[in-house]
Write a protein that binds this ligand. Structure first.
Ligand code: FES
Length: 219
């Protein structure tokens, strides 16, 4: 088993670009909207607008704000507080309107999110270690304990919180296991050495086999 952690590897950091992407992520059944504001820091928010409940992951980034896709209410990075209601510019913004926010950090090339903990975030990889090359994130129809047991049976080794390292199809892989929902995990897969373009297609087929072995360990 990997070491316990109150932080969860939500997604590869490279997916949260500086150009305004808002990514929907499910983490232990909680829907999140993950984005990067003008300050460059990662934001992980409840994926629900306080106004009428529309998913904020449908919204757009406006510098240091996230604007809801429905009525355009704007929420400030960091606090999640509503700071503008464009349709009613003459009226003051209700002071208590605020999106629920979660702690988020970037480590190991991943965005890590804590739902309910002040525990220390996972350590970063040591300086000088080449960052793994993220290949894909794939959903697996299995609970996290089942995924962990299957990876151990396939001779992957724990490599930190929610992280495994091992060999598959001739590649050394790093796998981060996200407990997304009941009986559903997401495996974030990275290669220790960048595979050639030709090898990537073969590796993707091998990853489908890996998923099948995790979901059906006795087949
Ligand atoms: S539902 Fe988001 S601004 Fe109305």
């Amino acid at each position: 088993m990997t070491s316990p952690c109150n932080w969860y590897p939500a997604l590869p950091a490279q997916r949260v670009s500086a150009t305004g992407a808002v990514i929907a992520v499910q983490l232990r059944g909680q829907d999140l909207a993950v984005w990067r504001g003008a300050s460059g820091t990662i934001q992980a928010w409840e994926d629900r607008c306080p106004h009428r409940g529309v998913a904020l992951s449908l919204g757009r980034v406006l510098g240091d704000r996230l604007a809801c896709a429905y009525h355009g209410w704007e929420y400030a990075e960091g606090s999640g507080r509503c700071v503008a209601i464009p349709a009613m510019p003459q009226q003051p913004v209700p002071g208590k309107v605020c999106v629920k926010t979660y702690a988020a950090v970037e480590r190991q090339g991943m965005v890590w999110v804590a739902l309910d903990s002040d525990a220390a975030a996972p350590a970063d990889d040591p300086p000088g270690v080449a960052p793994p090359r993220f290949l894909r994130s794939m959903a697996v129809a299995a609970a996290s304990a089942t995924v962990d047991a299957a990876l151990a049976a396939l001779e992957f080794a724990p490599a930190g919180p929610c992280r495994w390292r091992g060999h598959w199809a001739g590649h050394t892989l790093h796998l981060w296991v996200l407990d997304a929902a009941a009986d559903t995990c997401v495996l974030h897969v990275a290669s220790e050495a960048a595979p050639s373009d030709a090898a990537v297609a073969t590796l993707f087929n091998a990853l489908r086999l890996l998923r099948a072995r995790i979901e059906h360990p006795r087949s």
